[in-house]
Ligand binder design. Sequence first.
Ligand SMILES: C[S@@+](CC[C@H](N)C(=O)[O-])C[C@H]1O[C@@H](n2cnc3c(N)ncnc32)[C@H](O)[C@@H]1O
Length: 359
Amino acid sequence: MTALKPELDEARMEEFAGRVCEILNDGAIGYMIFVGHRLRLFDVMSDLGGGGTSAAIAVQAGLSERYVLEWARALTVGGILDYDPLSEIFSLPPERAAMLCRGGAGENLAVFSQHVPMMAAMSDTMLEVFRTGDGIPYGQYPCFHEVMAEDSAMSVVSALFDTILPMTGDTQHRLEQGIDVMDAGCGRGLALMAMAERYPDSRFRGYDLCEEAVEFASAEADRRGLINIFFAVKDLTHLDLEGEFDLITSFDAVHDQKDPADYLKRIFRALRPGGTYLMQDIGGSAKVENNHDFPMAAFLYTISCTHCTPVSRAQGGEGLGTMWGWETAMDMLSDAGFGDIEKRLFDHDPMNVWFVVRR
Ligand SMILES: C[S@@+](CC[C@H](N)C(=O)[O-])C[C@H]1O[C@@H](n2cnc3c(N)ncnc32)[C@H](O)[C@@H]1O
């Protein structure tokens, strides 16, 4: 018996082919945005008053003109740069510069493009773990903590004192008086250092699994002359402290733990009664069908598949993934013992959800 072939709608096939080509084009542009960010080409164009010839951009950036020219051409047909064939000037209009330059008026979205080569660098290992189900330890990802720190500078540090801490009630007043603070999964520790600088009478401890991140944080704290902060390598799976902190923070550091539910129970125990836990994590839903309109959902599921799931599995965890969902987070907070869970969203940080809870 021959299987019936489904009748194909040619128009829908054409439409889908167009979509796939668009995806491939956009993926390539994503990579070129990464190149522009890392080599500061967007910043250079902005410094040049918005653009220049490939030669002028290359000289200013100290780069090879031939490569800069090809980069600029890719971004021109990709709709990122404009080009005037008469003057041979490539330009970056101010509205786009605001979203791609360091210190621009908007959020520097080019920071996220760095995940593209990071994922690509893991390609062979990724294909292997799809077969084995194993994990991949943090240390195997190139530049992970560097990229995370840039992300954190934008989504956390930039809004910490004007937007984020004010939603936690009297925390800023208590920080001024002098309290004990822990950042659990601090990475390079930029947010904790910003607080330590601002509140010299409080005491800050940052813990992270990764030596590279902690070494960076300790060196930077020394460079800034901070004496009220201390960073240490610590596997929080074994955190066993009772009532030592008035404030605990986790900035995007729960979902890729080995066991997020157990981590939250340990955080609860480490807080003093009346203490505050401030938690930022990815704000998607636990249900994929709710995430079609969530900002950069496909990008986040891809980061989940290529990073957050494998790093958790490398620790022996189940790998809840980046899009574990705010519903799961709320359930786990409640199971950990926290009552009165406040959930907040911020315009400056549409990918994340924030929780403020008290012991
Ligand atoms: C997504 S990164 C966020 C880092 C930092 N909070 C930031 O915003 O830049 C998650 C962090 O959790 C840390 N982490 C994961 N599992 C850990 C564990 N078992 N113990 C301590 N830290 C852990 C990782 O090393 C990583 O730095």
